[in-house]
Design a protein. Structure first.
Length: 99
């Protein structure tokens, strides 16, 4: 099992729109790619962050899903529309495997 997570720092004054964007993109990716994304916010530390996490059966499944997602012009339109919600350079990805 592969666990993928992405987090980003929310731009000042953008928390409501960042949360709305996070849910909007999650719903879209579930509909178009079958990705079950959870939207997360931290309990401790810097509270001005948001994240997503999902699980894949294996790396091949993750790669196929990512290829489908990144080939979708509507996905990129949504991403570009939502960029002002986040601090530039703050996006961080992590991949984990279960043991």
């Amino acid at each position: 099992m592969i666990i993928f997570s992405r987090g980003a720092s929310i731009a000042p004054g953008k928390t409501p729109s960042a949360i709305a964007f996070a849910h909007e993109i999650s719903v879209y990716l579930k509909k178009t790619c079958g990705i079950e994304l959870e939207v997360l916010m931290p309990i401790g530390g810097n509270p001005n962050r948001i994240g997503w996490t999902t699980r894949y059966k294996d790396l091949a499944t993750m790669e196929a899903t990512t290829a489908k997602m990144t080939a979708d012009p509507k996905y990129w339109e949504m991403v570009n529309k939502g960029t002002d919600n986040f601090m530039a350079g703050s996006v961080r990805d992590a991949m984990w495997r279960t043991v």
